[in-house]
Design a protein around this ligand. Structure first.
Ligand SMILES: C[S@@+](CC[C@H](N)C(=O)[O-])C[C@H]1O[C@@H](n2cnc3c(N)ncnc32)[C@H](O)[C@@H]1O
Length: 285
């Protein structure tokens, strides 16, 4: 499938119905609108009039601050998507290396291309499953980052066990995830979530699963309000960016508005947005 087909109306409709298409289309659209690939996650509000990219960087920084000083460290990002966030870590936090891992080989190939273009030599990307990261050695990372990806994993205990396995003792883990709150959404929405591999968990399920690993939770924050507020800045996000032709512009704006409406509906009625940070202990449980 060529990029131009991907960016068609049919491509946008497919994006609403399959996870692989969704990420490919979001990658393509962000590149088209902003001139280069961007992180694919929600914005975190700090100031009125923030751009989407500033809001997204805020969320990354909120997470990274829980990991402490990363200079000279080996960092793993699980669910790295197009790798832009891993490259942000590599270029802003002075790590020795950043490894990005994603289930989708197309994302990994894209990450490799972007890193080569940016001449970033301390990043590496691999296609693997967060629930079984068999390519990675035990105790090989100082820090693990996971942003807006875990809600896709059906087996979260396996994911947490894998994080505990690859972290060095005393290593840190931070995860930003979309969690489920008690709600009464209909069967159609639940079917559609299954198509997009959305396997939301409850906060207590996470707390219990962490307790069965060597990962001791240090902080837990419900940041839903800051994320919802982050979307309030959306009025100016695309205004100054050239999109070829009025029809194309209307199509993209309609798609983006629909995405934002869906995210806000979920964040207000179905989900909460949490950050968990943990340290790997040497105590046996
Ligand atoms: C919303 S994107 C987030 C990308 C990146 N973390 C960021 O913040 O820009 C979620 C990513 O999780 C990946 N993913 C879904 N299930 C996965 C799994 N089982 N193992 C690894 N990655 C997975 C998807 O392929 C997608 O690239």
């Amino acid at each position: 499938m060529t990029p131009s087909t991907d960016r068609s109306t049919a491509g946008l409709i497919r994006a609403a119905l399959s996870l692989g298409d969704y990420h490919r289309i979001m990658n393509d659209l962000y590149e088209e609108v902003f001139g280069e690939h961007q992180m694919v996650h929600f914005p975190y509000y700090r100031r009125a009039d923030e751009t989407l990219l500033e809001g997204q960087a805020n969320l990354t920084n909120v997470c990274l601050d829980y990991l402490g000083d990363l200079s000279g460290s080996d960092v793993l990002e699980v669910g790295c998507g197009n790798g832009v966030q891993s490259m942000f870590v590599a270029s802003t936090r002075g790590p020795r290396s950043v490894t990005g891992l994603d289930l989708n080989p197309a994302n990994v190939a894209l990450a490799d291309r972007i890193a080569t273009r940016k001449s970033l030599f301390n990043t590496a990307f691999l296609a693997s499953d967060a629930q079984d990261m068999k390519e990675l050695a035990d105790e090989s990372f100082d820090a693990v980052l996971n942003v807006e990806s875990a809600f896709h994993y059906p087996d979260k205990p396996a994911f947490l066990r894998e994080v505990a396995r690859v972290l060095k003792p005393g290593g840190r883990f931070v995860m930003a995830d979309i969690l489920m709150k008690p709600n009464r959404r209909g069967r159609l929405l639940r079917m559609w979530e299954r198509r997009l591999s959305q396997n939301y968990w409850f906060p207590d399920s996470y707390r219990n699963a962490f307790a069965r690993t060597a990962l001791r939770i240090e902080h837990e924050a419900d940041i839903t309000a800051a994320v919802v507020k982050g979307f309030k800045n959306r009025g100016g996000w695309f205004r100054d960016h050239p999109i070829q032709g009025p029809v194309r512009r209307t199509l993209i704006m309609t798609f983006m508005r629909a995405q934002v409406a869906r995210h806000l509906y979920y964040l207000k009625n179905v989900c909460t947005y949490h950050v968990f940070s943990a340290v790997k202990t040497t105590e046996t449980r």
